[in-house]
Each structure stands twice: as C-alpha cells, then as structure tokens.
Write a protein that binds this ligand. Structure first.
Ligand code: PLP
Length: 400
C-alpha cells in the first residue's frame, strides 16, 4: 500500500484540535477553574425561529408520500438558488441561479475546488489566514507562495506583479485578523488575476458582519471578477448553521481556463462526487433569506458584533493594540512585550481561564498575535471583558 505523500506533509494536528486538546488537559488539572472560551469558531446563538420552523415543516412534508423528496437537484433546489440570488441583488450584484451551487459547508467546498486545477498549480495564500486554505493546498500537492499580512499593511496583503501564481485565495473579512479589503484593493487583485490568467478563490464566509456599506461584501461587486473569480459563502456564521451545514459556491458561466468552462467542469465534478444537499436543510436555508429570516439572523450577527465591541474596548483599556472586530467577529491582538503567541495563550489560560487562539496557528505572520472570537454567549464575553480590562500585562509578562 502506498500513501498519498502530500497528506503526510500536514502538521500533526489541525489548529483547533490542538487548542481543544490543550484546554482539555488544563481542565483536567484544574476542574475547579471556570473556562471562558473566546477561542472557538463555533456560534452559540440558537437557530432563528423562521429557520427551525421551515425545517420542521420540511421534515413533516417528508413523511407524506405525496410530498416526500428523495435525491434532489445536485446543484441545489431552485427555490434556494433563487433566494441566494435575491440576497446578492440587495448588494446590487447580479447572479443567476445557474451560477450557484449549493453544498454542505464552505470547508468541504474549499477542499473540493482543488479538483478543478492542475496538481502542479502554484497558489498564493494570505498569511495569516484560515488554516484550511493551506492544508487543502498541501494535500493537493500545490506549490505554495504567501502574500504577507503585517501590522504595516493592516493585514491586507496586496498583489506583487513580479510574482506569478495560478490560484489566489482571498478571505475578506479575514479569519483570523478581521481585516476587510476595500473595493479599490479588490479591484487591484482582480486586475492582477487577469494579468496572470489566475483564478481568485474568494471566501466571503463573514461578509454578513461588514457594518460599513462602502466595503464590498462580494468579489462580484468588482468589475471583471466574473471572468476570474469563484466565490464561496456559507450560512454557518451568517445564520448559525455550523451544525446544520449549508453553503454555496458561485462559479460564473463566464469563467474559463484553457478555453474550457470552469462552470461546466464544476458541474461535472459535483454530479460525480456529490448527491445534493439535504432538502430539509435547504428549506431552512431559504427561510434564512426570507425578509423575516433576515431580520432574525441579523439580530444574532448584531449580538456577536456587540460582543466584539466589548472585547475590543476591554483590550484597549488594558493598553494593548488590536485590529479587526469592527466588521468581523474576530479581534486580533498584538501580544505585548513581544510575547510569542502560544506563550501568551498559555498565560491567559493559566491565570484567567481565558481561551484564545494563538495567531501563529494561522501562519507564521501570526506569530506574536492572538485571536479572540466574539461567538461566545454575552455572559462569557462580559466576564472575559471584565478580566481583560483589568489585566496587568506588565505583571503577566513576567511569567512568560
Ligand atoms: N471559511 C472561513 C474563513 C471560515 O472561518 C470557516 C469556518 O470557520 C469556514 C470557511 C467553514 O465554514 P463551514 O462551516 O461552512 O464549513
């Protein structure tokens, strides 16, 4: 038996599994200590009533022979693809249902899109970024280049014309830094992609958190993107679907590579390797896009953003530098006294029971930074904010 040698090149543990393991060990050693989790990617608000009612109704339909649904449209039911197009229309972006592919999660979509491109493709990844971009590229055997996010460029790396790449991954708002590209910056990426005949894979999983209407929420707000970009989005963070699972990919029919339609090839791939998203889930997803559903899910987004405001304010009062958290559910903190990420993570855990995410886990450019997630309950965030406000970093750094 021979292994795929690319999979053996991965780090032993996925970042969040590593954090969970360290927290578990700590809990076992200190069962009396309260843990305040600001480290996780997962949401805590329950499903919106409109969503849960639509799924319950769909489950009832399924026990009636006349209304039962078996295999559905692999691309996604038309009612949901139309609802997604309506969502884009509100952003003044014209997307046709034919260009939308519904699926079971942005993580799987990111991994599956690797099927479209040659194994020897070069990919340009932002650093730091969501680890799945890197890990799936390693597993696919890609040559990987990094565009570096720094404090100086606001963690928004820009293209360098001297570097050639075939694939470009962008994530805006960014996980972990919370940084958001402006229209002009995305326009520069689109122009670079055209100049290099490259394809942009644009992860918009956090677009619902953008509070400033001047900032772009979709790559397709940018002229020329329909011939060089694929967009991924998910209901996980927009509507609390982390446990329900539903996402979508937009592969415009105008997008080609080597004279072939990527839309057709993606359809071919999906019909072979996927059998469609659960009907019940798709009914729930469509309800999230209804006017009432949108009112309800936006309240939850607002709730998480108020959490982000609490975290940011607390950290500023304690005298540290942060970015993000204004248009994203993540606050990105520079560790004081040049502490390394895992050391700072360990100090907060040991002394305050606060769980964060070490920035270095998102790429070497994240070394010396920590990510705080605002997806916790208000009670947990308020307790953590109270501790963070009073944090004496001078004292704490002595233990590092
Ligand atoms: N993309 C980014 C940037 C994410 O942060 C996440 C989840 O944390 C995902 C994609 C995965 O989303 P899903 O739950 O749809 O798989």
């Amino acid at each position: 038996m021979q292994l795929n040698e690319n999979i053996t090149k991965l780090e032993q543990n996925y970042l969040f599994a590593e954090i969970a393991m360290r927290v578990r060990h700590y809990k076992e050693a200190h069962p009396e200590k309260e843990m305040l989790s600001l480290g996780i990617n997962d949401v805590t608000r329950p499903l919106a009533p409109a969503v849960s009612e639509a799924m319950a109704e769909a489950a009832h339909e399924m026990r009636d022979a006349a209304r039962f649904h078996g295999y559905g449209d692999v691309q996604g039911e038309l009612f949901l693809r139309q609802a997604i197009c309506g969502y884009y229309r509100a952003l003044k972006v014209s997307i046709e249902p034919e260009d939308v592919f519904v699926s079971d999660g942005a993580k799987s979509d990111l991994a599956n899109l690797c099927d479209l491109f040659a194994p020897q493709s070069t990919v340009l990844l932002p650093n730091p970024v969501y680890p799945v971009f890197y890990d799936t590229s390693v597993m696919a055997g890609r040559r990987i280049l990094f565009s570096r996010g720094t404090k100086e460029n606001g963690f928004l790396p820009m293209p360098d014309d001297h570097i050639h790449t075939d694939l470009i991954y962008l994530c805006s708002p960014n996980n972990p830094t919370g940084a958001v590209y402006t229209r002009a910056q995305l326009q520069a990426w689109v122009e670079y992609a055209h100049a290099h005949h490259a394809c942009i894979i644009y992860d918009a999983a956090y677009e619902a958190y953008i509070r400033n209407a001047a900032l772009p929420r979709s790559i397709f707000e940018i002229a020329g993107a329909e011939t060089c970009a694929i967009e991924i989005n998910s209901l996980s963070k927009m509507a609390g679907f982390t446990g329900v699972r539903c996402s979508w990919v937009i592969v415009p029919r105008a997008l080609t590579a080597e004279g072939q339609s990527l839309h057709k090839l993606w359809m071919r791939r999906q019909t072979t390797k996927y059998n469609g998203t659960s009907y019940i889930v798709q009914r729930g997803a469509a309800a999230a896009f209804s006017p009432e559903g949108q009112r309800q899910v936006r309240r939850d987004v607002q709730y998480y953003m108020e959490n982000a405001d609490l975290i940011r304010t607390a950290l500023h009062r304690s005298g540290v530098f942060t970015t993000g958290g204004e248009h994203a559910p993540y606050v990105w903190m520079e560790c004081p006294y040049h502490m390394r990420s895992w050391d700072c993570f360990a100090l907060l855990l040991r002394h305050y029971g606060i769980v964060s995410s070490p920035g270095v886990g998102f790429g070497e450019q994240g070394e010396g930074w920590l990510r705080f997630s605002s997806f916790g309950s208000r009670e947990v965030i308020e307790k953590a904010a109270h501790l963070l406000t009073a944090m004496d970093w001078d004292q704490l750094a002595l233990f590092a």
